[in-house]
Write a protein that binds this ligand. Structure first.
Ligand SMILES: [Ca+2]
Length: 128
């Protein structure tokens, strides 16, 4: 084989390796939230990266509490955004049942808790 053919064969092999490699879970971006109306968005990583938890505001109770343990997101959240034109405030709690002092999340802002004591602490939420 000529050197060129060796390199070409190697390139094809590498291309195939990447093509058939199991794909990682899709990494979310900010637009996976901002493209929607009236949604609550949580990301596992800083900078609205990693897996996304996105629910409509109708799916997050005003009276009552949404438990993140039910979806495997307990103590996993780093980035939060409330994407709505409605006058809601999102209340995020360390406790599992919306008790204690919440962190208030206002609409239209992206909150990145990396390096913050609240990082990977949120366990429940509600709207107010
Ligand atoms: Ca917690």
């Amino acid at each position: 084989m000529t050197m060129f053919r060796r390199i070409a064969a190697l390139f094809v092999a590498l291309t195939l390796a990447f093509a058939v490699a199991p794909s990682a879970p899709a990494q979310a971006v900010l637009s996976d939230c901002t493209a929607y109306s009236n949604v609550v968005c949580l990301w596992k990583n800083a900078g609205a990266d990693g897996n996304i938890w996105r629910q409509t505001t109708a799916q997050v109770p005003v009276t009552g509490c949404r438990y993140l343990s039910e979806s495997g997101w307990n103590n996993e959240v780093t980035t939060v955004r409330l994407q709505t034109s409605l006058s809601y405030v999102l209340k995020m709690y360390d406790s599992s049942n919306c008790t204690g002092t919440p962190v208030d999340i206002y609409p239209g802002f992206t909150y990145d808790f990396s390096g913050n004591p609240w990082n990977d602490k949120f366990s429940s939420l509600k709207l107010s």
